[in-house]
Design a protein around this ligand. Structure first.
Ligand code: FPP
Length: 287
């Protein structure tokens, strides 16, 4: 949700006014998402590096988040929106943490849209924490899950061994799904792969957002400043996403289809097919 500051400065307003207008864009986007077939929406509201912004701006953003939760929780319940805040909570004001917990409790049954708001979030820290817990033999769902201080308490081979001397688990012993659960800090639901990532404000980078989850995300960078973002922009992005060919490391669909046709021609033993296939294979021959 980039561009709040520039949007405000261009209008002779304070950066805080830009964030305020950004909160309206959040409302529009949350309202539009379910109609466009989006069932999980993750918004990057405050990165762990954003603490380095001027204290007045940090304070304004935190107040805005609290105000948003207070004002929108009722509407979220009505509209079937489940709210979850991801990221660290230990550095947030207790009044904000209380509001987060209350919004999460009140909206827990929402099934139309899962709205995740990233606050004091860093993807690299999430991956680091997952690796740290893994090195202590702590797998998702085991006792003590969620508290790094408990890591290793359930690993039989590491029982009683000080953390720094515990044997790390070889990578092969954990699946991507299990590691996903560690990254998401969520034993029952892993870190969902991101299908589409949209960054507004013209910058073209990920800025430590959902790095593990974005392995195969389609990226859309738009010049639109976040406060101007709305339903039409989201529709355009979804339309572009639907036209993208997602290959996940395989070959393009057309090439795959051609290869399959060649293979079936060979299996069927049809002369013309064999010739076609042989010619194709010959063309691939390396000197
Ligand atoms: C980045 O733009 C934006 C942020 C750091 C804050 C995003 C916050 C909101 C959209 C409002 C509150 C959020 C919710 C969920 C209610 P920037 O300030 O870096 O813009 P710039 O690059 O133009 O300076």
């Amino acid at each position: 949700m980039d561009g709040n500051g520039r949007w405000a400065v261009a209008r002779g307003k304070s950066r805080t006014a830009g964030h305020l207008a950004g909160a309206d864009a959040v409302r529009r986007t949350v309202e539009a998402a379910p109609d466009l077939g989006i069932d999980i929406l993750t918004l990057y509201a405050f990165s762990s590096d954003n603490w380095r912004r001027p204290p007045e701006e940090v304070g304004a953003l935190m107040r805005l988040l609290r105000r948003y939760l207070m004002a929108e929780t009722g509407r979220c319940v009505e509209n079937g929106v489940r709210v979850q805040v991801i990221g660290r909570r230990d550095r947030l004001a207790s009044s904000l943490v209380r509001e987060i917990e209350s919004a999460e409790r009140a909206t827990a049954r929402g099934e139309k849209l899962w709205l995740r708001i990233a606050v004091d979030y860093s993807a690299r820290d999430a991956i680091l924490r997952a690796a740290w817990r893994l090195s202590g033999g702590q797998l998702p769902g085991q006792p003590g899950n969620g508290n790094p201080a408990d890591a290793g308490s359930a690993g039989a081979s590491n029982a009683g061994v000080p953390h720094e001397r515990r044997a790390p688990q070889p990578a092969a012993q954990i699946s991507r799904e299990e590691f996903s659960r560690l990254v998401a800090d969520c034993p029952e639901q892993g870190a969902h792969d991101v299908d589409l990532l949209i960054r507004t404000g013209g910058e073209k980078r990920l800025s430590d957002f959902l790095l593990w989850e974005c392995a195969y995300a389609e990226l859309i960078f738009t010049e639109r400043m976040w406060p101007d973002f709305g339903r039409a922009d989201l529709e355009d992005a979804v339309l572009e996403f639907r036209h993208r060919e997602r290959r996940f490391g395989t070959v393009p669909a057309a090439a795959a289809e051609r290869a399959a046709r060649s293979r079936s021609a060979i299996t069927a033993g049809r002369d013309s097919g064999r010739n076609e296939a042989d010619a194709e294979i010959a063309a691939l021959a390396m000197p």
